[in-house]
Design a protein around this ligand. Structure first.
Ligand SMILES: [Zn+2]
Length: 113
């Protein structure tokens, strides 16, 4: 489970944003998690209390949006919703795939003051 490490580097990013935006408190953070980013939203939720425990983010609310994993087959042009990492095209069975969306994990919004 690498989600704890991902969260702790995300909190470091938040530190920087707070300085840049001159925020003293963050109430809510909205994350975007792609279905094929390799990050599991449930694990993020599970790790969140541990990652923020006794930090200034302890009472921060976490919201997540899951972005569908859309890939295109380079061989036949089929576009489909992908959930697994080792994929094959449902139409031609090849795995020459190009990801169109759903690969990213990012901070979408921060609500604070
Ligand atoms: Zn195909």
């Amino acid at each position: 489970m690498h989600e704890l490490g991902i969260l702790s580097s995300m909190l470091k990013t938040l530190d920087k944003i707070m300085v840049e935006e001159k925020l003293t408190h963050i109430e809510t953070i909205v994350l975007q998690v792609g279905e094929i980013s390799g990050i599991v939203p449930e694990f993020i939720e599970e790790c969140f209390p541990a990652a923020t425990y006794k930090t200034k983010y302890e009472n921060m609310k976490l919201e997540m949006e899951v972005i569908p994993g859309i890939v295109r087959c380079n061989d036949c042009g089929e576009e489909f919703n992908a959930r697994e990492c080792d994929l094959k095209c449902p139409k031609c069975g090849k795995s020459n795939l190009f990801p169109l969306s759903g690969r990213d994990f990012m901070i979408k919004e921060i609500h604070g003051y």
